[in-house]
Design a protein around this ligand. Structure first.
Ligand code: M6R
Length: 600
């Protein structure tokens, strides 16, 4: 994770570029931050704990410089404090680093034998020390970088300032994204082009094992053996990037409310002309099996799709957490299509799993939100969710767009393999066209969600239960709540409670559930009664007209199975949001988290 920015110019002060860049990169981590810049041929470093706003306060307004590097951190090695914050300086070398140096302990020990002393607990300081060691050994920074690439195991995007050469920034890349933007007499390095769009939309992408020497006039990119690489200059053309909160207090609420537009925007090209549009979706009938890989909320979207593929389209489907998938035997073969789901397209575990499948030459499909992200280049085919920037750490509008797209893939499959008749498919498509009204209806029950939030926000344990599709949704409900409210919340298959977990139910423990499957609802309600009998406060989201003593009912419109999950998740998102408001947490940037998880 973490965000990197570096800038060098011969006609402007680069401090505002560093600060704006870091503010735009804060979604990658916000534990601590720092910058290094040159003043009168000296490298000055400022580091703070917490957010970029703290860093800004520490930088005096009149500081100007023409070369500097900056970093916003999500701690991996060592606590989130100002000592462990980047930049790290080791004698001649100052660096900011994204990624993880896996063999840092071994390197540290070797350097200690050579009397190197370390001040921090980080792997990044070891990277700086190693670069310094090679620099002193060869008296040549490029040789040092090449040796570094040869000997370091792990992932890195590094920006480096050298005391003896403050006319250049050096940058090195492996497995962590890095771009070099260019504009008149100023070049800017960043871990995401979106961070520097205020200054330029023209950029080069560095590939793994490449390094570059960047000064105000030129950018020289080289391979790990020192050969110059001529890269194509890319132009970022995405428009209408709206990073404002509008009239909302939090991005999360804004993004939840946007779902009345974003779901339809995502799926419209595949439904507007009925079956003809649906046919634009990739044909999955040629595969024996579908595998789905993702992390967190993206994994939960996959669980919804698994249910639909199996139950409706009669298609074998399995879903995997990316961090598990990459270290297990997946019996990969060319008859299995693996679908990778990711909002950011930069999640390290999902990228690693994707590379694994690609290395075996097996087919892949991406469901990704961010265009030009690492994953979007790697997959054989990409379907974009097109929800615009999702800024809040808690994923909401990306999830519903992922579920909607996956649902249409299932619908197309069910049409092609005749699990559903043409008439049934057309009816479902018509209902999808009405999604805006349906979503609006559920979003508008604000008072109900706020009341529920008020009833339970002081609790420390909340359970989410469900069966089938409702279990997949319970998992997303519990995740949403825990990540922004810091309440311990668990999801369970409703029938599994009495095999252990029910012992945790006590007076007033909230148990929230949804029941949307006519065949299973009676069983879920029995499970709710079991916890009710043990003192729980019970809430049920349903599209049926149930009236049960002591069960608080939240009704959603009655819709087909493909649309249900898109509606049920909205109360879950808003309940989590209003609870977090009452608990006064930092909703958009919850503690310990980051928007894009670019480390393993
Ligand atoms: O960018 P991705 O979709 O690959 O991210 C996956 C997870 O890190 C992400 O969904 C995470 O679980 C969210 N914070 C959940 O709200």
């Amino acid at each position: 994770m973490c965000g990197i920015v570096g800038a060098i110019s011969n006609n402007r002060n680069i401090m505002p570029i560093l600060i704006t860049g870091l503010e735009n990169l804060e979604y990658r981590g916000y534990d601590s931050a720092g910058i290094a810049y040159s003043k009168d041929n000296n490298v000055n470093i400022i580091k703070v704990t917490g957010k970029i706003s703290n860093l800004k306060q520490k930088i005096s307004k009149d500081v100007e410089s023409n070369i500097g590097i900056g970093h916003t951190r999500w701690a991996t090695h060592g606590q989130a404090n100002s000592i462990n914050a980047h930049p790290h300086k080791f004698k001649h070398i100052t660096i900011v680093h994204n990624g993880i140096i896996e063999n840092f302990i071994e390197i540290k020990e070797k350097l200690k034998e050579k009397n190197y002393q370390f001040k921090t607990d980080t792997d990044s300081e070891v990277a700086a020390a190693l670069l310094n060691y090679y620099y002193e050994k060869f008296n040549n920074i490029e040789k040092a970088i090449k040796e570094f690439i040869k000997n370091v195991i792990g992932s890195y995007a590094i920006c480096l300032m050298l005391d003896d050469d403050l006319e250049n920034i050096y940058t090195i890349k492996k497995e962590s994204p890095l771009v070099i933007g260019t504009t008149d007499n100023t070049n800017i390095i960043a871990s995401d082009i979106r961070a520097i769009l205020k200054y330029t939309n023209k950029y080069y992408i560095l590939d793994d094992f490449e390094y570059a020497k960047v000064n105000a006039k030129e950018i020289i990119i080289k391979s790990k053996d020192g050969k110059i690489i001529n890269k194509n200059l890319k132009v970022f053309t995405e428009k209408n990037i709206d990073n404002s909160k509008g009239h909302y207090n939090h991005y999360m609420l804004k993004e939840i409310m946007e779902q009345k537009e974003t779901i339809l925007n995502t799926i419209l090209p595949f439904i507007e002309e009925g079956i003809d549009s649906l046919e634009k979706l990739p044909d999955l009938t040629k595969y024996q099996e579908i595998a789905i890989v993702g992390c967190g909320t993206a994994y939960h979207a996959g669980l919804v799709a698994k249910y639909l593929f199996k139950e409706i389209a009669n298609t074998k489907c399995n879903v995997y957490i990316a961090s598990e998938y990459r270290y297990q035997n997946n019996f990969l073969n060319k008859d299995t299509l693996t679908i990778f789901i990711s909002q950011s397209g930069e999640t390290a575990d999902t990228i690693a799993a994707l590379k694994l499948v690609k290395n075996k030459d097996c087919p892949t499909l991406g469901i990704i939100n961010v265009k030009n992200s690492t994953m979007s280049f790697l997959v054989d085919k990409c379907l974009y969710t097109n929800v615009g920037n999702e800024i809040a750490v808690a994923s909401t509008k990306a999830y519903t767009a992922q579920v909607a797209l996956l649902s249409l893939l299932v619908l197309a499959q069910a049409y092609r393999n005749k699990s559903l008749s043409k008439k049934e498919v057309l009816q479902i498509i018509e209902e999808f066209k009405n999604i805006k009204t349906l979503v609006n209806d559920v979003l508008n029950k604000k008072d109900l969600y706020q009341k529920l939030a008020k009833d339970i926000y002081k609790e420390e344990d909340i359970f989410y239960i469900g069966r089938g599709l409702d279990y997949a949704l319970a998992m997303e409900g519990a995740l949403k709540l825990k990540e922004i409210s810091y309440i311990h919340s668990e999801s369970y298959a409703a029938g599994e409670l009495k095999h252990g977990t029910i012992s945790l139910i006590k007076k007033n423990t909230p148990v929230i559930s949804s029941a949307t499957n006519a065949n299973l609802n009676a069983k879920t309600i029995s499970n709710l009664k079991e916890v009710l009998a043990r003192g729980a406060n019970v809430y049920l989201i349903t599209d049926e007209n149930y009236k049960e003593d002591n069960i608080n009912i939240i009704n959603i419109p009655k819709v087909n199975i493909f649309i249900k999950s898109l509606l049920i998740v909205i109360p879950y998102q808003l309940i989590a949001y209003y609870i977090a408001v009452l608990r006064k947490t930092d909703i958009d940037k919850p503690k310990n988290l980051a928007k894009s998880v670019t480390v393993e």
